[in-house]
Ligand binder design. Structure first.
Ligand code: GTP
Ligand code: MG
Length: 424
């Protein structure tokens, strides 16, 4: 029954918006593919029999088949991407691990992230990793081995290691979220390359700060560049290590509140006045005070069947853990909405263009057949019965195809708009 509960909860996840939209658009493309295949057969027959369709036209139509196949391929690979940035040791890798509910990425002293690490779901039941520029799947037997592999590799800081983790072990991976971990923004001189190579297709950015200090110039500068290259990126800010504040000897509640509201104000100002990526109301929903290390420990306890509070590091665990979960919820809503809009709107408008092109081409062919027929009818003495029969048949088939294509275009348009309206 525990499995069942997990399942029900998982399906209430806002990520399902993306998962459902992806399935719907894919189903629509399966239909388009069928229609295109059917029409191609017909066009080829016309070309062979009556030369009403010329070679160029036939080839053009075949290019539609390839285009549809291409879109389906991209669609199958579509995912939601979140990238984490911040100064070294602020807890970027720890936040990702807490979200994945398992210590997957190496973190802490001696495990500084020294290149980009992407964690994505895999259908295989064993984890493996792949280095940039290589197709070789390196088995990951355990976390320690993964950590060592990442340490020993002499990788350039802007290169990418992809870690494939069994989908079945984490709902976020199951639902096509891909995590990108980065080295500290303070240690790199190649921030522009980073952005060009790893950020342009990210749906959400998470800035991981250290709640014990203030935002640094490097952190600010990085996001200034991101927001110059992308229009209105979705940015969440985590003030991490919030547990440490509770441990301060002189930390009375009023003191903590003061620190918290100062940080909050600065973060909101940064998002609204400096970067101008959002408004005050939305920005207030994008700033959180959490403890990644504690959230991870809590989840590891939960997985063992213990109370999550056994992972507590300091006073005030419940509020911090709640806030971490609140962050995850808002993050899921934001990423699935954004990914549906940017990815599927493109696919559906391409689908519309494609079916529109096919329609006008078929209208054209139909017209030509009509002219051809009328011409032939004028010279009816010359026509044998057999030829006349073929032509009438051709007319009927063409009319039928034309109707089908018209219906298809309408259906696709309706379905796509409906799917998008339902989901957004
Ligand atoms: P780099 O990869 O070096 O850039 O660091 P990072 O940002 O990935 O930080 P990482 O997750 O490796 O965390 C650094 C250290 O801080 C580790 O020892 C973590 O256990 C610890 N840490 C991370 N988050 C928290 C937190 O919320 N509270 C406390 N107390 N410690 C934390
Ligand atoms: Mg790290």
């Amino acid at each position: 029954s525990e499995n069942r509960t997990m399942h029900i909860n998982a399906d209430k996840s806002p990520l399902q918006v993306f998962v459902r939209a992806k399935k719907k658009i894919n189903d629509i493309y399966v239909e388009i593919e069928e229609y295109v295949a059917e029409t191609t057969t017909f066009i080829n027959a016309l070309h062979a029999e009556a030369e009403i369709v010329d070679k160029a036209e036939r080839e053009l139509f075949e290019s539609y088949v390839l285009k549809v196949a291409g879109i389906r391929e991209v669609l199958a690979r579509d995912h939601m991407k979140v990238a984490f940035f911040g100064r070294t040791s602020n807890g970027k890798s720890s936040v990702i691990n807490a979200m994945l509910r398992e210590k997957i990425l190496p973190s802490g002293i001696g495990h500084t992230t020294n290149c980009f690490c992407q964690v994505e779901g895999s259908d295989s039941s064993e984890a493996y990793l792949m280095k940039e520029g290589s197709e070789e799947k390196l088995n990951v037997v355990n976390i320690k081995q993964l950590a060592n592999a990442l340490c020993q590799e002499k990788l350039s800081e802007s290169s990418l290691v992809r870690i494939f983790w069994p989908r079945e072990r984490c709902n976020l991976l199951r639902d096509d979220v891909v995590f990108v971990d980065s080295p500290g923004v303070d240690v790199s001189a190649n921030l522009d390359d980073w952005i060009d190579n790893h950020c342009l297709n990210a749906d959400v950015f998470v800035l991981v700060l250290n709640a014990e200090s203030t935002m640094t110039r490097a952190e600010k500068q990085f996001f200034h560049t991101v927001s110059q290259k992308l229009s209105k990126p979705n940015i969440f800010i985590l003030n991490n290590r919030w547990d440490a504040s509770a441990n301060e000897p002189e930390s009375q509640e009023s003191e903590l509140d003061k620190v918290r509201s100062q940080h909050t104000e600065r973060c909101i100002d940064f998002l609204t006045k400096e970067l101008k990526v959002t408004n005050e109301k939305e920005a207030a929903e994008r700033v959180f005070f959490v403890s990644a290390r504690e959230a991870l420990q809590a989840r590891i306890e939960e997985a063992k069947g213990n109370s999550p509070s056994q992972g507590a590091i300091a006073e005030g665990f419940h509020a911090r853990y709640f806030e971490f979960q609140d962050f995850e919820r808002k993050f899921e809503e934001c990423i699935s909405k954004s990914a549906v809009q940017t990815k599927f709107e493109k696919h559906s408008s391409r689908g519309k263009t494609l079916s529109g092109d096919m329609r006008s081409m078929l209208d054209n062919i139909y017209e030509r057949i009509t002219i051809f027929r009328n011409l032939k009818l004028d010279q009816k003495t010359l026509l044998s019965e057999r030829i006349q029969g073929t032509e009438t048949e051709m007319m009927n088939v063409t009319r039928e195809m034309k109707l089908k294509i018209h219906n298809m275009v309408e259906e696709v348009e309706q379905k796509v708009s409906k799917a998008l309206n339902e989901e957004i």
